[in-house]
Design a protein around this ligand. Structure first.
Ligand code: SAM
Length: 208
């Protein structure tokens, strides 16, 4: 195993079973990526930090125990699939749903769940067409601007639920734009993997 994987697994401090599951995800992603471009080829060298650790940090930002965690626009499974793999150790979240419209990416997500023996629901649907999910936690990375994410939250987040949105350096501008049409409470948490990026922890999202 690479030094990078060793370092990340040490930081995560997860059980042997969870480590093995994350390694299965990494191996399958490296195998599938040339065919279906799950993550940008230029980031494969930093797969463990840029994608796996970046996703795992989100898991710890939720207040556990969590009932239903829904990840939208999951792509190759970041962050939602990593959350599902980490949940099997602690039984929180109880249920994980990933919504992704691309059929080939969904085939990958299902394959990882099957090979790791982890439960999860993959909805091959457009987020705006999937049945409302009443999520306790709604997560998304690299999907859409904050206003569009709030429209998705309006459909899929439970009234007392929390959204965890991973955002890049332009997050302040996105917050300002969203405040024109939405009211919301939020905390800003600096990313552990990229100091200019943040996780926006958002509650009470309402149209104004
Ligand atoms: C840029 S990728 C990010 C994937 C992953 N979250 C990540 O950070 O690696 C965006 C993903 O969202 C999916 N997507 C975009 N719009 C969607 C929609 N309206 N409904 C469902 N999936 C969507 C795309 O197919 C793609 O896999």
């Amino acid at each position: 195993m690479s030094d990078q994987a060793d370092r990340v697994l040490e930081q995560l401090n997860v059980s042997r079973e969870t480590s093995d599951r994350l390694k299965i995800l990494a191996d399958l992603l490296l195998k599938w990526n040339p065919r279906i471009n799950l993550v940008s080829k230029s980031t494969l060298d930093t797969l463990w930090t840029r994608h796996i650790l970046d996703s795992a940090q989100i898991y710890h930002m939720a207040e556990h125990p969590v009932g239903h965690w829904v990840d939208i626009g999951s792509g190759g499974g970041f962050p939602g699939l990593v959350v599902a793999l980490m949940s099997s150790e602690s039984h929180s979240p109880v249920r994980v749903t990933l919504i992704e419209s691309d059929q080939r990416k969904c085939a990958f997500l299902r394959t990882v769940l099957r090979e790791t023996g982890v439960q999860g629901t993959i909805l091959t649907k457009r987020i705006e067409q999937a049945d409302p999910q009443a999520a306790d936690i709604l997560s998304a990375r690299a999907l859409a601007d904050l206003s569009a994410l709030f429209s998705f939250a309006e459909r899929h987040l439970a009234p007392n639920g929390t959204a965890l949105f991973q955002k890049g350096a332009s997050w302040q501008k996105e917050v300002q734009n969203a405040q024109e049409s939405w009211s919301f409470d939020f905390d800003v948490i600096t990313s552990r993997t990229e100091p200019s990026s943040v996780i926006l922890k958002v509650k009470d999202i309402r149209r104004v």
